[in-house]
Ligand binder design. Sequence first.
Ligand SMILES: [Zn+2]
Length: 200
Amino acid sequence: MLSSPQVFGARWPAIRAAGHGIIGAVRSGPGPAVARLAPAGWWRYIGHHARNVANRVWHVGRFIGNLPSTEVGYTYAQAAGAHCKFAKGLMVVCTDAHPDFIPSGHGGLTIGSVYTTSDHTVDPSVLSHETKHADQNVLLALGDPVLYGLWYAAGAGSSRLLYHWRDARHDSQGRTCNDPNICYNFMEIWSGLHDGHYYH
Ligand SMILES: [Zn+2]
């Protein structure tokens, strides 16, 4: 078997030095030359903000992916006389909708990236819950509101079956979820039953 110097000849010392340089850089982090280009503060900044950047990229992707549904949601909110504005995560929150437009037993509804509610204000836990429904609309329904409706109907149907079998659901603090369409609905569990205020 040939050794590396036999294969690479006169170039071997340079190749070996480059290899050690790469291994050394990987082991010890950015070397002095890189550190001069990007001071320590930058590396800390990048490390600290990489997650925020990833979140932001997802928020934009969700917003774009949801646009077909969002158009429907926005039209619905306008018909309900709600006032809309952008909220965290590029969600559109529409408040003061006419109560006739909100399904009974619900605080509001999310279509695409638009949350429409008859409430005057939206607390952060509700926004977090509704934002996860917007995630589902991209991830499960590819932004299609009709397909989302089918997923939700599947969740509600399986929840009713489980409710029939297990009855009301209790949390560790002794609160109760008693809506058969909601308590075992995987779409609502994903979004958070507590954040959705489904335990009473
Ligand atoms: Zn929900």
